[in-house]
Structure formats: structure tokens, C-alpha cells
Design a protein around this ligand. Sequence first.
Ligand SMILES: *Cc1c(COP(=O)(O)O)cnc(C)c1O
Length: 410
Amino acid sequence: MSDFSPDSDLAPWQRTAAGAGLLAPDGTIAATIFAEMSALASRTGAINLGQGFPDEDGPPEVLEAARRAIADGVNQYPPGMGMPVLREAIAAHQRRRYDIELDAASEVLVTAGATEALAATILAFVDTGDEVVTFEPYYDAYAAMIARAGGVHRTVPLRWSVGQGHDWRPDHDELRAAVTDRTRIILVNSPHNPTGTVLDAETLALVVELAERHDALIVTDEVYEHLTFGVAHTPIATLPGARERTISISSGGKTFSTTGWKIGWVTAPAALVMAVLAVKQYLTYVNGAPFQPAIATGLGLADAFFTDAAAALAAKRDLLAAGLTAAGFAISLPKAGYFIVADAAPLGYSDGAALCRELPGLAGVVGVPVTAFAHPERHAAYSSLVRFAFCKRREVLEEASHRLAALSVK
Ligand SMILES: *Cc1c(COP(=O)(O)O)cnc(C)c1O
């Protein structure tokens, strides 16, 4: 967005923020497509499959632990690194699931969701002109944070190759070309939002190889680590050579259906944690005291909770996948996460953003165009794609499928 030139009549703060793409050119807040689509859903009564939040509560033990913490007076500032009970639970979780040994006192940091972990990490390590490589489409906050830190966002496209089982994967030569000595961070999101892809072992190994060769950090956003459908999640930090240069980020929001609690965490070597903490302590300082022991309870739940949650979500995926396919969309079946990307081109719609604005009227459903996850100059590659969330109750997905069927009989 280097060619973006904000209105010269703006106040200096507006020009700074507009230059980073955080404000519209006229200085007003650029409403995200998510806000626009949610507003559209509530105005029209359409089923909102736009924003990715569950419409059912998570495990009762976790909710009860938060209530108990409030009753027990866990209501003041927790320690800056997070409550020991949670840091220890995170370390125990990493050991139990992935054989990663962590020092809970120095290698684990609790943050206000994965979002603050990402923001603090990017602000800690990205100087003006430093490059950050991500795949594209990407979680929309990445681009905003990189721009505001003065960094340069380089992307490697994930390509939807229909011939290969509808999988999204990067071209390895394009990945090699994107990472250079100017790269400060390779930011990996697997399992991936919006595509639901899980990066294969060769791609993860190439990321590590390139990070070592160019002395870049690896930042990995693993918020969907538990929500995979028949494939194992491999934390990139477990690969040979990765650990010392990897900052791993996760969160309780998606795993425990508590997206409003905003309890996230960073795990990394102590020196990297310190650098992130140096920024984080002046962002939120701390957050969510009573939710911290509750998420610790969640992380300690038996394996059955995690497998059941993933299986229940996989069944919802299948339900919406069948509905979208019956309606005439081409879909890529996600291997993980909350979302299905559907191609509206077979239905005769080439502009996904326009379709999303019409969809409440056409079918009483709201989705989000995949262009929201790509830089404007590359929108053409994603123009007919729409992201739909399936982290909703069965009845809601059944009703949405029923309504979407109207599209195929226009
Ligand atoms: C939801 C989401 C986040 C944000 O996580 P919070 O814990 O709610 O801040 C970060 N990354 C991805 C890919 C997400 O989908």
C-alpha cells in the first residue's frame, strides 16, 4: 500500500494512521468488512456466517472455573507475565501434546488474546523497512500491524489447486524468492484462517531452512491447533533448528469457545519472550485475571475433550460443505479451523464482495469475501471467493444450507 496517499487536509495523526491503511483516505475509521457484514446480518435478519465466533458455550468446567475465580476474589491485576497457574498449564500442555519442554517462569507469557501477542511481537521486532513474509490470504490483522510498525509485508500466495484435492498450498519457489536478508519475520499461520489448510511437513521444513539461512525469526499463529479434522498439528517449533528462533502464539478463544475472554499466550526462548514482554507491558500490561485460571483448567482437560470438540466441529464442516456444494458453490474442504472458502464462480458470480452484499437478500445468509484477507493489488486472484463460518449450531447450519439452495434455482 505504498502508493496510498492520504488527504493532505488531515491532522498529522490521521495522516500517519491513514498511511498505514488504518483509516480511510478521508480520515474516518475504515470499517472492516467483518463489521459491515455483521451489521448487514443484524439489519436484515440474515444468518451470520461472516464472523468466526461459536454460538454455543464451551466446556462447563472452564466456565465454572471463571465464575469461581471471580467469587474467590481473583479480580485484581495478575502478574505481568500471567498467573503462574496458567503459565504452568501452558507449559504442561506443550509437554503433553508436543513434547516441548518450557520453563514456565521465563519461556511463557500470557497476553490479551493471540491478537496482542501478534501485535507485541511485531512491534518488538519489526523496524522501519524490515520485511515480514506471510502467506496470502492472511488473517487481516497481520497487514495492519505490519504496516503500523513501519514494516513491509511480503506475501506468498496459497493456491487453490482444484486438481489436487482442492488443497491450498504455496509454491516453494515463490516462498524461496520471498525470503531474503531483509526478512525479519516469517509469520506462519497453520492451521490457516481463512482457508483451513494445514501446511505440510515439507513447507514447514522449508520455512525453517529459509529462516536459518536469512537469520529471520519465525512467528507462528496456532490458534486452531486443536481444531484439526483427521490431520495432526505440528508446531513449527518442534522442527530441527526452529526452536531458538521461533515465537509460538496461541489462545484459548477458539479451543474453548471463549473468544470474548481474550486469553492468549506466547511461548519462546526467554530472550525472545523478554523482548515481547517489553512491548506488551505498555500495551495492556495484563488482562483477564479470573479467566486465566479458567483457561488453565481448560488446558488440563482430558484428551477426550479435545478430540470430541474437533469431531463435533468436523461434523459441522461436513454439514455446511454439503449445503454449499448443493447450492452450486465449488468448495475446498478445510482440514481445520472454523471456515470454508467457497467459489461463487460456478454460480455465475465473479465478484465475491458484491455477492456478499446481495446474499442477505438473495438467500438470507452472510459471508465474508476472501478479498478481505488479501492486499488490494492482488484482489483479482480471490475475487469470486467467499468465506463462510461453520462454528455454529447444527440447526443454524441446516437452515443456512436450506436458504442457500435458493441460489441454484434462480
Ligand atoms: C481468531 C484469530 C486470532 C485472534 O485470536 P484472539 O485470541 O481472539 O486474539 C488470531 N489469529 C487467527 C488466525 C485467528 O483466526
